[in-house]
Write a protein that binds this ligand. Structure first.
Ligand code: SF4
Ligand code: ZN
Length: 303
């Protein structure tokens, strides 16, 4: 197996590109993909302040590392969601990486700072843990970015994540979610910060390779609630398709972005947005779900 670029010894084979790379040329390929994605979708430039969402897993750690290395003005943001050992371990990994590399990091703890417990809330609201957790994360990503004057919130979503989400949304024609599925989601309200996914064309395996080559510490464990999630089933199905027909995931995403998404664009733009009467953040209801969670948690501690 020869590296397609330098003809040296290839150490990673990317089936969908029918190409093998040596370590240096893989890093060149990876860098190029990230740069191309940022430029193509006008995600941000060196003058922008970027808030990078860090979970401690390989994808977000790879994103944080490459953006900092390329000289972007990045600040990491870690949210401790109170998921037992998983949260404690991931916080340690993230804090130690920031310290070793002299990177800015914002840490929020939803229990300590807002009195929120995703397990209690999920019981009280009869909603899944992930749905409660997802609402809290979305709220905080935007609020922290808005309050801190950031131009964009960057997440480490990879090609596998994006293809699995798209498949799930297509299976039930979730128009609202399809409208929002994009590597860059421009702001449609002065209090909404742009969301970007610079790694959306890179696979989980490529991100893993990137962190291993660069000796970046990351949390190997998945969140315990991810087990059995539908997205894992969609990933399995897509992996089988990819095995038979390499490039399926990338084609699925690119053709959706080129030909499919425009049909849902106005669903996103026509959503009626309000400002929460308590916190002033953007919502579709009078009081945003985060403020409702806080109110509910307070009521339940008082009783
Ligand atoms: Fe939150 Fe669910 Fe993701 Fe775990 S898997 S971090 S509970 S959304
Ligand atoms: Zn609110």
């Amino acid at each position: 197996m020869k590296c397609v670029r330098c003809k040296g010894k290839g150490i990673i084979y990317l089936k969908r590109h029918n190409a093998a790379f040596c370590q240096d040329c893989f890093l060149y390929y990876y860098n190029n993909q990230v740069k191309k994605n940022i430029k193509k979708h006008r995600m941000f430039d060196k003058k922008d302040k970027i808030l990078v969402v860090i979970s401690g897993g390989k994808d977000s750690m790879a994103l944080w590392h490459i953006l900092a290395k390329e000289g972007y003005n990045v600040t990491g943001m870690y949210i401790n969601l109170g998921i037992g050992q998983y949260s404690d371990k991931s916080q340690q990994v993230v804090e130690s990486f920031a310290q070793k590399n002299g990177l800015e990091l914002i840490v929020k703890d939803i229990k300590k700072e807002y009195g929120l417990d995703i397990y209690k809330l999920s019981k009280l609201l009869k909603r899944s843990t992930c749905s409660v957790c997802g609402s809290i994360k979305r709220y905080l990503f935007n609020k922290i970015a808005y309050d801190g004057g950031f131009s964009a919130v960057a997440t480490g979503h990879n090609l596998d994540d994006e293809a699995a989400t798209l498949l799930g949304n297509v299976l039930s024609w979730e128009e609202g979610y399809l409208a929002r599925q994009s590597p860059v989601l421009e702001s449609i309200h002065p209090k909404l910060v742009k969301k970007v996914k610079p790694l959306y064309t890179l696979t989980e395996r490529e991100n893993l390779f990137y962190v291993l080559i660069n000796k970046i510490e990351f949390l190997h464990d998945e969140c315990p609630h991810a087990v059995g999630a539908r997205s894992i089933m969609y990933k399995d199905v897509l992996n089988r398709l990819e095995e038979e027909s390499p490039g399926t995931k990338q084609r699925f995403i690119t053709s959706f972005l080129e030909k499919g998404r425009k049909h849902f664009q106005d669903v996103y733009e026509k959503v009626e947005l309000k400002e929460c009467s308590i916190c002033g953040q953007v919502t579709t209801t009078d009081v945003c779900s985060f403020c409702r969670f806080v109110r509910l948690s307070n009521q339940n501690t008082e009783n």
